[in-house]
Design a protein around this ligand. Sequence first.
Ligand SMILES: [Zn+2]
Length: 391
Amino acid sequence: MLTHKFRLYPSKTIEQKLLETLEICRRGYNTFLGELNEQKEIDKSQIQGIIPDMKICDEQFSKVHSKTLQYECYKLFSNLQGLSKSKGKRKIGQLRFKGKGVFKTFTYNQMGFKLVNTGKRCQTLWLSKIGNIPVRCHRQITGKAKQVTIKHFPSGKWFAFVIEDGNRENQYPRTNKVVGIDFGLIDTVYDSDGNSVTNPKHLKQKEKRLKQLQRMMSNKIKRSNNRDRFRIMLARHYEKLTNSRDDFLHKLSDYYVKNYDVIAMEHLAISNMAKGCYSKSILDACWGKLRQFISYKAESADKIMMLVNPAGTSQRCSQCAEIVQKGLGERIHSCRKCGFIVPRDYNSALEIKRLCLEKIRQELPEYKHLEMEALPIRQLLSMKNEAPCES
Ligand SMILES: [Zn+2]
């Protein structure tokens, strides 16, 4: 399954219909929830069965494709499932009725939509009960479109998420190379081949304007049109921030998945780290998102992302395993035992790679040929007597 995100350009009348559909879907969801609360035993088919009655009682519901309403019922049950899964892990309550303006998406599953190729810059997406919407398909859909989800973004833009069956062809050949990546704040990444990428600090670039807009919006009267104008302006700025971040991270993750077979990184508890004093910088560096991108891209390209134990990677010498204590400000790793002098993050990246190769040797004997000649075997053997590294 592949998902494509395409921008929609609806006219004023179509946009009204789209907003109306969102509102009806919200009411549908609430009706299903009300029915669910009255039931003694949970029965999905019984709840889904009330759709024809809903249409008779309130003709508003006839304005929405039946598959879309059915999907709302499915959404309700998947929410319910999610709730029961987190039972015991954290305090949970009941599912709540959704207030006005909460719903941002609706879905056409299997039928009720059609992508028409017009041969022009914009194709047409036909949605049942809504009409034709110009859509910019920047990518060709080769398989069969299974599902379309329409989403309204806070910036006012509309997007269609088209799910197509079939997989992306594996475009990256085998390279037989292993890389260790160290995340940092000065350099977003430093890898074991000595490449580093400076942190672009997207938030810092846009922070001043965001603060200004936020202040301006907070001065406006609540629920006024003027405030709404500023809300959209602010949302557009946030969207730009997300887009420039994603662009950077996609390019970076693509580089690693393309050039290496095994990508090793530390198993960091990023959400816990982001509670500390460098929280803003850590979140702006987007380590979590980068890890997520590498993970899914590696999976679809038949490559491996490996997480290693982060304990001691910045202090241990990658060549002789000597512990070299250094403060946060010290940027150079200088080993007294073997005289290895390199930038601190580079040593960490080498150490991460070493840990990864060690793990591969233990866990995946079939990958034994991977860069094994480059392994510091002697050091590895002496490492075995020390505490084993777990992830
Ligand atoms: Zn050393």
